[in-house]
Design a protein around this ligand. Structure first.
Ligand code: XMP
Length: 516
């Protein structure tokens, strides 16, 4: 395993994804991890991430010494801040920049032996810079292996310590040959094998589940989203006959979703799927509630009640269930260092807390180590319907956080119709898979319009579409204009009560993906 020490860079997760894409297992740990813990993991290599911090800050993040001087005896790759922190520890000098260097730079490689194997010496390749501090005097035993106009020490190595450092970011797509640089580090320098595949993951995960669960019974809430569906399918494969999937229709699903999930998953899970229609109960509990966090709490609480009752009433699970399977993914469990504080404080937490304690259940979380795209790959191996695997993420509180303000049946219907048209047009244009998440939002206002000879005073639909790696940060999707035009005209013509359509052009941060 490769250990990435996280100093808080926005790109840390990207480093992990690139390494995994290369077929090598890696984990992210906070920079402050102790030397003992780090040693106990027996890493094959260490990567020092970037950071928004400066080595001159009073509270500059510093890892244990062994991570900096290669005291662990394994190759180390320092990226950006990772370079600066390793250089200062080795006696080099870093200058605080008067302004950040941000954007593309031409890198000229001088040594093509290891990190830049396969490159041509002397020719330029595009790399992505994003740094404040910059190495000005390297430690005496470091060698320059590549440079750019503004960064004469853009890539360096210290062979004695098996240490390689880069001022730029090989993990971002704007660095043209970043993947090759990382591959060279993993395979040429560290001598690792590309043996982290989803096939091997699945075998190990199945064995682990069998080990944990034994002959116990497992229940699993299935929402129809990727994570919970793949979790349940993995359980079904690992411990057939010992799983009960519970699908709760909370009345906050998209158009026809309840039936679709029931049909598609019903044929996969057969009698192991329990369908509970609790729409009225959820909508009654939400009546008159406007505050988004209160909505989330009510939905979470009602879900626990419904789930518990269903488990109690079903012959399959009554008194039997000992385990609760959850589709927790790796981004939920990484203890990332964030300058803005843990992201979970921005909106209340996504998984249903409270259930395991209340029902005295032990958690089974077979996807804890995976990123979303890896989960999709596992879903394909488990032969789940492709439509389910490729679906955009959908939040637990569903349309309750997309009907802004008070949630009622009439507004939910308006939103469902508009959303269905929007998603249908994305499929028709062949761009659904390019987008991380797209949905319609119903605003709690009315605006003036004109239809035929009549003045209208009707509702507004906002369209949201974002591209993202993991939902932590996101950019708004640059739509082909004709698609937006068609969606807008169809919604205003076909959805009664809507006379205006807006497109949301905010990224995250400062906005969030959902409007509530
Ligand atoms: P935000 O709006 O926080 O969304 O930028 C990031 C991702 O999380 C989803 N999301 C939720 N998922 N329960 C969930 O299960 C929630 O309360 C919740 N709030 C946001 C959102 O759809 C996006 O994918």
């Amino acid at each position: 395993m490769v250990v990435i020490l996280d100093f808080g860079s926005q790109y840390t997760q990207l480093i992990a994804r690139r390494i995994r894409e290369a077929g090598v297992y890696c984990e992210i740990h906070p920079f402050s991890i102790s030397e003992d813990k780090l040693r106990a993991m027996e890493p094959a290599a260490v990567v020092l991430s970037g950071s928004p911090a400066s080595v001159y800050d009073d509270d500059a993040p510093m890892p244990c010494e062994a991570a900096l001087d290669s005291g662990l005896g394994v190759p180390t790759l320092g990226i950006c801040y990772g370079m600066c922190v390793a250089a200062t520890a080795a006696g080099g000098r870093v200058d605080p920049a008067s302004k950040r260097e941000y954007g593309r730079a031409d890198l000229t490689v001088s040594s093509t032996e290891d990190l830049f194997y396969g490159f041509d010496a002397g020719t330029a390749t595009v790399v992505w810079m994003s740094h404040g501090d910059k190495l000005s005097t390297p430690p005496s035993d470091w060698e320059v292996i590549a440079s750019s106009h503004n960064s004469p020490f853009a890539a360096m190595r210290d062979r004695r310590r098996n240490l390689y450092t880069l001022q730029f970011h090989p993990e971002v797509v704007h660095t043209d040959r970043g993947r090759q640089i990382l591959d060279n580090f993993l395979f040429r320098i560290c001598g690792l094998q590309a043996d982290w595949t989803m096939d091997s993951f699945l075998d190990t995960a199945i064995a682990k589940v069998r080990d944990q669960v034994g002959d116990g019974h497992v229940i699993c809430g299935i929402s129809g989203g990727v994570d919970s569906t793949v979790t349940a399918a993995l359980l079904e494969r690992a411990v057939p006959g010992q799983l009960t999937g519970v699908f709760v229709n909370n009345g906050l699903l998209r158009k026809d979703e309840g039936e679709q999930v029931r049909d598609a998953l019903g044929s996969y899970f057969k009698t192991d799927l329990l369908y509970v229609d609790a729409s009225d109960r959820f909508l009654d509990a939400l009546a008159g509630v406007v505050d988004p966090e209160r909505k989330r709490k009510i939905i979470g609480r009602t879900f626990i009640e419904v789930f518990e009752e269903a488990a109690h009433e079903s012959d399959a699970t009554r008194g039997k269930a000992r385990f609760l399977a959850q589709g927790t993914l790796y981004p939920d469990v990484i203890e990332s260092v964030s300058v803005r504080g843990p992201s979970s404080t921005i909106k209340s937490h996504h998984n249903v807390g409270g259930l395991p304690e209340k029902m005295k259940l032990e958690l089974v979380e077979p996807l804890r180590e995976l990123f979303k795209d890896e989960v999709r790959a596992v879903g394909e191996l488990l032969e789940l319907p492709r439509d389910f695997i490729r679906r955009h993420p959908f939040p637990g509180p569903g349309l309750a956080v997309r009907v802004l303000g008070d949630v009622n049946r009439e507004d939910l219907d308006i939103l469902r119709e508009a959303d269905a048209i929007y998603i249908e047009e994305l499929h028709r244009a062949g761009i659904y898979d390019e987008i991380w998440q797209a949905f319609a939002v119903l605003l709690p206002i009315r605006t003036v319009g004109v239809q035929g000879d009549d003045r209208t005073y009707d509702r507004v639909i906002a369209l949201r579409a974002v591209v993202s790696q993991d939902g932590m940060t996101a950019d708004w999707y640059r739509f082909p204009q004709e698609v937006l035009a068609r969606v807008s005209s169809r919604i205003s013509n076909e959805v009664q009560g809507v006379n205006r359509i807006a497109y949301d052009v905010s990224s995250k941060p400062p906005a969030t993906v959902e409007w509530e």
